[in-house]
Design a protein around this ligand. Structure first.
Ligand code: SF4
Length: 328
């Protein structure tokens, strides 16, 4: 099947100063460093990893909001047009973003009905008379009552505001939503409602999601496939049920071991230290400074993604030593 969206060897590098002095040397910050994935129509790819691993940058690259330093994004096999062009604006109707902070994503001075309909104005998609009806229709789809049309963001609860953000993203009838930590700013009681809404919308509207999150508990609920990022690279990707039930990469194993469970005696794997800076990526396997299984080979050779029998790919020199089980 033709993927809806495909990332091919994406890189996004930035030149950054190494000190506060404006004349200090520059280093290359490798925010995204050779990332590839596919998202099929109506499916969800969960993109997980610690803060600063490049997840959000990957989301922006996926929508063409920032250009890659190398590699490309393809939408239904066609290369992503350059940002700002008419072709890109046309494509963007079908690829929308849902941000982490609903209050920050909304204009406090505008009634929510106007904000929900705004993408129709930007994309010149509907006549003025139709926009109100389209806004009401999409509000109903996300469970917002009609009388809220004239309310302002500060008059709504956190859950209602995230529904407004979703309604605004859905009004152009997109095929893909990039959801960047869409529930992390919400109360725990509201998070489940928004997750259920996302699942329900996917079933009804056949939308695909790139679901970016550090919360594997939620990623497990919503994702068909999972890609785990560490320092700008994907270290493991595959079917969510395989990767999260039996993680193969030592980093994925540590992340999965931290998922709270009820009644399970799973041992928590604690990683030493913080991830290194993406402006100073260690040689070899970038995880070797925190990996309990690191060998001399790990410190000098970059592992590439290798396929395992269950269809997943894992970037680890030692993954084949014993199937899915590393021996220290
Ligand atoms: Fe650990 Fe080596 Fe595998 Fe990297 S390649 S995850 S350092 S065992």
């Amino acid at each position: 099947m033709t993927p809806l969206l495909e990332a091919v060897d994406l890189h996004r590098h930035y030149a950054v100063r190494t000190g506060r002095n404006p004349f200090s040397a520059k280093a290359l910050l490798r925010a995204v460093d050779g990332v590839s994935f596919r998202i099929q129509p109506g499916r969800t790819l969960g993109l997980v990893g610690e803060s600063g691993c490049g997840k959000s940058t990957t989301g922006k690259l996926a929508l063409g909001l920032i250009p890659p330093s190398a590699g490309e994004i393809r939408c239904e096999s066609e290369p992503m047009p350059a940002a700002g062009t008419a072709a890109w604006r046309t494509l963007r109707r079908r690829l929308q973003m849902v941000y982490q902070d609903p209050l920050g994503a909304l204009d406090r001075r505008l009634p929510i009905g106007e904000q929900i309909a705004e993408p129709l104005v930007i994309h010149e998609q509907a006549k003025p008379a139709e926009r109100r009806e389209r806004a009401l229709s999409v509000m109903e789809a996300v469970g917002l009552q009609r009388h809220l049309l004239t309310r302002y963001p500060h008059e709504l609860s956190g859950g209602q505001r995230q529904r407004v953000v979703l309604a605004r993203a859905l009004i152009t009838e997109p095929r893909l939503l990039v959801c960047d930590e869409p529930i992390s700013a919400l109360d725990v009681s509201i998070q489940a409602q928004v997750v259920n809404l996302l699942l329900d919308l996917q079933e009804r509207l056949d939308i695909a999601y790139l679901f970016i999150s550090h919360d594997l508990r939620v990623v497990r609920q919503v994702s068909h496939e999972v890609a785990v990022m560490y320092l700008g690279r994907i270290v493991e990707r595959g079917e969510a049920e395989n990767v999260l039930a039996e993680p193969a990469h030592p980093y994925t194993r540590a992340l999965v071991s931290a998922i709270p469970t009820v009644g399970s005696k799973r041992e928590r794997i604690l990683l030493g230290g913080d991830p290194p800076s993406p402006a100073n990526v260690p040689p070899g396997c970038s995880f070797h400074t925190r990996c309990p299984f690191a060998t001399a080979q790990c410190r000098s050779e970059i592992p590439t993604l290798q396929p395992l029998a269950d269809g997943r790919d894992v970037a680890c020199h030692r993954v084949h030593e014993t199937p899915l089980r590393l021996v220290a």
